[in-house]
Design a protein around this ligand. Structure first.
Ligand code: ZN
Length: 269
């Protein structure tokens, strides 16, 4: 009988991903120091075709890295009506997950970036950080580092929204597994390992664009409100849309919490 080895992840991240993370981190530092040209250039450099190929090899159809095996007595797929209602963690739960897991994938260790941060950078650098509807039009590094909140026992297999059942992951590890149980794809349980702690902050220190004030248009106000609440509840401890000293102080506390020195936090916030 052939056994499939138990692995930490489907396929190890390639070195170019670490290189791209360094370029993105430098891009945000350049941006915060006011060097928009350098920031733009670094963002473009991080968009490497080899990273897209790596991601496609895992989440694409018929991936050689994702192989299913039958596990006796595994939970069957539950019909929609039998599943637990709330699917994704709330903004506050996501905050707790990042406090616990940091900004690395719990399976493969890849640095991750929240969608909200990506959207803010894309707003400031629409030419360098493209994010169209189709995969091919999306910035490859942001795509592979896209933070996910993955159910260990998949929702479709009866998994709950309890935070013990949810981990921060990258796109490949989340979408590659689909609705399979860990045992079915030969992955070890990432909860048995400590989360990675590093100076990678998920580019959270980027906050270039003050949120626009709500205008009279109803739709615009709700978009701004949603964005404001989500961003603020995650980073700032206060619900505010203006860039106040209070927010900057909260932001500095956050940066220190994720590993920056007091000096560094002062410089960027
Ligand atoms: Zn991963």
């Amino acid at each position: 009988m052939r056994h499939t080895a138990i692995r930490l992840c489907f396929r190890e991240p390639i070195p170019e991903i670490a290189e791209a993370a360094r370029l993105l981190d430098d891009a945000v530092s350049a941006h915060l120091s006011g060097d928009v040209k350098a920031a733009e250039q670094l963002l473009l450099e991080a968009n490497m075709p080899v990273i897209r190929a790596w991601l496609d090899s895992i989440w694409g159809a018929n991936s050689p890295y994702v192989q299913y095996r039958v596990v006796p007595n595994a939970h069957p797929v539950i019909p929609n009506e039998g599943r637990i209602k709330v699917r994704m963690p709330s903004a506050e739960e996501k905050q707790r997950l990042h406090q616990r897991d940091g900004f690395h994938c719990r399976f493969c260790g890849m640095p991750v970036i929240r969608k909200e941060i990506r959207q803010r950078i894309a707003k400031a650098y629409p030419d360098a950080l493209q994010w169209g509807r189709q995969n091919i039009t999306q910035h490859a590094a942001f795509q592979s580092m896209w933070a996910q909140y993955d159910h260990i026992v998949p929702h479709a297999r009866g998994g709950t929204n309890d935070l013990n059942n949810v981990v921060v992951t990258c796109a490949a590890c989340n979408f590659g597994r689909m609705n399979y149980l860990l045992e079915e794809v030969g992955l070890s349980d990432p909860r048995l390992r400590e989360p990675i702690r590093s100076s990678w902050d998920g580019l959270e220190r980027f906050r270039a664009i003050p949120l626009r004030k709500p205008t009279r248009g109803k739709d615009q106000a709700s978009v701004v409100g949603r964005d404001g609440i989500e961003i603020n509840s995650f980073l700032y401890e206060v619900v505010e849309k203006e860039d106040t000293e209070e927010m900057r102080a909260a932001h500095r506390r956050w940066l220190i919490k994720i590993g920056l020195s007091e000096e560094e936090a002062k410089r960027v916030s």
